[in-house]
Design a protein around this ligand. Structure first.
Ligand code: DGJ
Length: 729
């Protein structure tokens, strides 16, 4: 049993493989947090919450000065009833008051894991895989029920949380803040890790010390964003890749989010996470409910690497869905960096054909195939093929390309509308906007108002028509700007601040309907690269374009940071021309290949301009990738050397039974008189012997992990090296 309720102690004990999470019904029905960390058998003594009188405390019971909620670790803290820390929620009543008081009222334990209405979430394939507890907290004055749901994936060692509000009273409630999870830690001996960046510099690892006050990681852009990923972790000060305590939080949501870490006056730490309350509110009328998204919480007592591998496995197997979840992903060629908007059918076919000749399996036609789109200033929303560029249409192009023996894929950007489009001319109010204000454009485009049902219906129909019209087996779903003037022509004044969340609900409906109507299509999400690389989108689309920055050096940090949470099977990595479009850097082909080979592999080249010698190089790269593809996409991932700490990066993949491994090393700048380098591997079986493919040399697993594998003494910048090992018996 993964969830135990100790009646006597009023203690709930959630137990996963190596994790315990405990909470209890405390005095007067307050719901307290007790423990999260390494698995315990029980914690009878630890479950006692110290009760002492603290100066400046306010007391819910006037005759007892030892109880102040400011000192009680809590699961879902309120504002205004003696806890002055950052609350997990905040609601407004009809009389204007923002005080509420939630107390435990009941609980229910169930097998499996119910889906969240309208929202993506992790799932089970059989009831035995997980156990769920629903704890109802009630504000009896206004008859508001708040259900805290916790699921324990016992084997996967994961706990998920979400929250649902049900208004059973007879007044309208305004939800001002509705976070999904709150954890109160007993001290502040932690570092905070988060993944920050920008367009073309996504998910850089940032590790800082906690300090008194609130540190907040958030997005107000209408998307999870390249600037901050909806992930944070608390790390014990001594935590490394292989040691120490790590507590990860990842929100399964693609819109505005917030993660706040507060160190209070007593040096305790409160972490909470959910939909950003900035510019948000939700009117909850009598009988209505509101579902907040899921937070996936992973504890590792063995460092960051183990936390990452836990997320990877869960997301690979119980977040991503569909036929491609467990399938090897195709090696693709995309024409974007090769042609941008300037192409015709002959050029596209020539690139595809050249791709086929070197072993590429899928050709993707990127932006510019529809409407009158010769630049980024028109036609989004008009999903009709441009006959000037493709006179025989998509049907014929797909036929031609598939006749070469490859798959055909297409780029779309369904959430957008160009002011210069037939769609905008007929529906000028279908975009997000506010009355009488400027409509600020980004990349010459506006955003469709997906809070409106008819707009979502249009997107579903127009995109489905395209997907039905030709033999398309892959879609790159792009989204190239963030929100401004967030408002909807259809919502009443009191619901305008619901727009951004309603947009995300509309988007999820669209993605859900389209991906289930076309199960044979592999969907890849993209947002100007990795601007929406989050678990919400991965639920619908199992892979994401990691970044528009394909420079091999920049990609080291971007890919390394991405793997902190997301599996390599979700990470798309392509080789492109040099000098690189984003950095103007010239790196060698080996380095570019070895970096791109560490995810779903592809090319952004104009293959028609390449000589036979270069094509041979590509042929070999593709053969090499095919040999390790399943290991890279489905093996366990280990980070060995961090690009955030120096000139060298290394990582590796190990098969589940530890019989195969693939490791990669990268050195950015060469150094004179450098020491000889041995890279220590991880994740192997110390008792196995491994043969290095290529040389035939045999190494002990213990030797590779404790002593390492040696690098040749080579000078020069942008040096990289890969190793493939197989266990011998
Ligand atoms: C941004 C994407 O990240 C690129 O790969 C490309 O698809 C362009 N959009 C097309 O407009």
């Amino acid at each position: 049993m993964a969830i135990i309720f100790d009646e006597k102690l009023q203690l709930f004990h959630l137990q996963a493989a190596n994790t315990s999470y405990m909470m209890k019904i405390y005095r007067d029905g307050y719901f307290a947090h007790i423990y999260w960390g390494n698995k315990l058998r029980n914690a009878e003594n630890y479950a006692e919450i110290p009760e002492v009188e603290r100066a400046w405390g306010a007391h819910p019971n006037s005759d007892d000065r030892t109880l102040t909620l400011d000192c009680v670790p809590q699961e879902y803290p309120a504002y205004g009833t003696s806890d002055n820390r950052n609350p997990a929620y905040h609601i407004q009543l009809e009389n204007g008051s923002t005080i509420s008081d939630l107390r435990y009222s009941s609980h229910k334990i169930l097998k499996g894991k119910p889906a969240l209405e309208g929202l993506p979430s992790t799932y089970v394939e059989s009831l035995e895989e997980a156990e769920t507890i629903e704890i109802t907290l009630t504000d009896s004055l206004i008859k508001l029920d708040v259900i805290l749901t916790y699921t324990v994936y016992e084997k996967l060692n994961v706990i998920t949380r979400s929250v649902k509000y049900i208004n059973s009273g007879n007044e309208k409630l305004k939800l001002l803040k509705v976070l999904s999870a709150n954890v109160d830690f007993k001290n502040d001996n932690f570092d905070l890790l988060h993944l920050s960046g920008s367009w073309a510099r996504e998910r850089h690892m940032i590790r800082t010390s906690l300090r008194p006050g609130i540190q907040s990681i958030e997005s107000r852009r209408g998307a999870s964003s390249a600037q901050q990923n909806p992930f944070i972790a608390l790390l014990s000060k001594d935590a490394t890749e292989t040691n120490g305590d790590v507590y990860g939080f990842n929100l399964v949501y693609s819109g505005n989010f917030v993660a706040e870490v507060e160190v209070d006056q007593f040096f305790t730490t409160r972490v909470n996470m959910g939909i950003n309350d900035f510019d948000f509110s939700w009117l909850l009328e009598q009988g209505q409910s509101f579902q907040a998204p899921e937070v996936v919480m992973v504890y590792s007592g063995k460092g960051l690497g183990e936390m990452s591998r836990t997320y990877h496995k869960l997301y690979r197997t119980r977040l991503c869905r569909g036929q491609f979840r467990d399938k090897e992903r195709p090696i693709l060629a995309n024409n974007w960096e090769a042609t941008f908007f300037k192409f015709n059918a002959d050029k596209i076919k020539a690139i595809a054909k050249a791709g086929k000749e070197v072993g590429i399996e899928l050709f993707v036609l990127d932006d510019g195939w529809f409407g009158k789109r010769d630049a980024d200033n028109s036609s989004l929303g008009d999903w009709v093929v441009d006959r000037n560029k493709l006179p025989a249409g998509l049907v014929q192009l797909a036929k031609d390309i598939t006749s070469y023996g490859m798959e055909f894929g297409l780029w779309v950007e369904p959430e957008m509308i160009s002011p210069n489009s037939d769609l905008y001319r007929s529906h000028p109010n279908w975009c997000l906007h506010v009355p009488d204000r400027r409509r600020t454009e980004g990349r010459n485009q506006l955003i469709l108002d997906l809070s409106r049902v008819e707009v979502c219906d249009y997107v579903i129909k127009s995109i489905s028509d395209v997907l039905k019209s030709a033999k398309i087996t892959y879609v790159k779903w792009d989204m190239n700007r963030n929100m401004t003037e967030i408002g909807s022509a259809c919502l009443p004044a009191e619901r305008q601040r619901e727009t951004a969340h309603r947009y995300i609900l509309g988007l999820y409906r669209i993605m859900g309907e389209i991906t289930s109507a076309f199960p044979h299509i592999l969907f890849e999400s993209c947002s100007g690269g990795g601007g929406r690389f989050d678990p919400g989108i991965l639920y619908y689309m199992p892979q994401t374009w990691t970044s528009d920055d394909t420079d091999a050096v920049e990609r080291l940090k971007i890919q390394y940071g991405t793997t902190v949470v997301y599996p390599t099977s979700a990470m798309c990595c392509h080789i492109s021309e040099v000098p690189n479009g984003q950095t103007e850097r010239v790196t060698n082909m080996d380095m570019r290949c070895n970096v791109a080979m560490s995810g779903n592999f592809g090319y952004e080249f104009d293959l028609t301009t390449m000589g036979e010698e270069d094509k041979d190089v590509i042929r070999k790269q593709i053969e090499q990738y095919k040999e390790v593809r399943s290991l890279i996409q489905f093996g366990d991932f280990y980070r060995l050397l961090s690009p955030f700490e120096g000139n060298e990066t290394a990582w590796m993949f190990v098969s589940e039974e530890k019989k195969e491994a693939f490791a990669a090393y990268f050195r950015v700048l060469g150094r004179p008189n450098s020491p000889f380098i041995w890279v220590k591997l991880q994740g192997l079986n110390p008792n196995y012997d491994y043969r290095l493919i290529g040389t035939g040399k045999v190494y002990g697993g213990d030797e590779l992990m404790q002593a390492g594998v040696g690098l040749p003494y080579v000078l020069g910048d942008f040096y990289s090296q890969t190793w493939r090992f197989e266990a011998i018996f």
